[in-house]
Design a protein around this ligand. Structure first.
Ligand code: UDP
Length: 253
């Protein structure tokens, strides 16, 4: 059998050529990285959980009419996605102060923000993904005004959807990051949600206890990352409730 072609390898995922033009296979690795890959580890089962959680969120987004790249899950670690031209910006939405916002502006972690705040960071590891303004984005041609309007609208819809999903299972959505891709259909293009939505790219706090259930567990050495992600999956009904550890999760089909 011919070896399939690797299109791209990132920190947590690999993209392979898909079975049909315009498709890719997205493979979720067990690798965890933080602080621009200065901290690295392998977390057994993380890829399986993120594959399943990203599927769950993307399918939900499709059901409420938010366009995204997900086509179908192929196996434990892989999903079929639409190939898009990734806009070189990370779109961050914040509901509560945390992370770089708290560090930059001195606002205590956990402070409720007066409204969701949308930020853009340039996707450039060498520069540490710096925060950029709309002026920078348009002046340097990373996206147009129309793209920015579309990205903000997509991000706020994802925020409402995810916040509600999480609230229903006792979790506060503090902030998250999405990536957006340009999908060409004949001469027309539209922007869709791409990459992944998982606890790797969200801050999730238990509403009652404030316990962190996201990648900060790894960033700040707060315990088992796979236990935290398994807890999120279990609450959302993605894993059966009797699964207590992520090393060999049983998936519900
Ligand atoms: N985030 C991400 N990838 C990045 C940077 C941030 O997924 O390269 C997510 C992060 O998990 C958090 C949100 O975006 O949910 C806001 O992150 P922040 O700007 O506070 O940066 P951090 O504190 O993670 O460096």
């Amino acid at each position: 059998m011919a070896r399939r072609k690797k299109v791209y390898e990132g920190k947590a995922k690999i993209l392979y050529e898909g079975p049909e033009p315009g498709t890719l296979v997205q493979y979720f690795k067990d690798d965890a990285t933080a602080f621009n890959a200065q901290k690295k580890a392998t977390v057994e089962g993380k890829g399986v959980l993120n594959n399943r959680l990203s599927e769950f969120f993307m399918k939900g987004l499709t059901q409420i009419g938010v366009p995204n790249h997900f086509i179908k899950r192929i196996n434990m670690r892989e999903q079929l996605i639409r190939s898009v031209e990734i806009i070189p910006l990370e779109v961050v939405v914040r509901n509560f102060a945390a992370g770089s916002l708290s560090a930059r502006l001195g606002i205590a972690e956990g402070t409720a923000l007066p409204r969701p705040i949308v930020e853009f960071c340039l996707k450039d590891d060498a520069l540490g993904d710096p925060l950029v303004s709309e002026e920078h984005i348009m002046a340097f041609g990373w996206a147009t005004q129309q793209d920015l309007d579309d990205m903000v609208q997509l991000a706020l819809r994802v925020n409402d959807f995810l916040s509600g999903m999480m609230l229903a299972v006792g979790i506060k959505l503090v902030d998250f990051k999405i990536e957006v891709g340009r999908l060409w259909e004949n001469d027309y293009q539209r922007l869709i949600v791409a990459d992944e939505i998982s606890p790797d790219s969200c801050r999730l706090w238990d509403i009652e206890t404030g316990q962190k259930l996201d990648k900060d567990v790894f960033r700040r050495d707060l315990g088992s990352l796979s236990d935290a992600y398994t807890e999120v999956a279990r609450r959302l009904g993605v894993l059966p409730s009797n699964v207590t550890h992520a090393t060999k999760p049983t998936l519900i089909n």
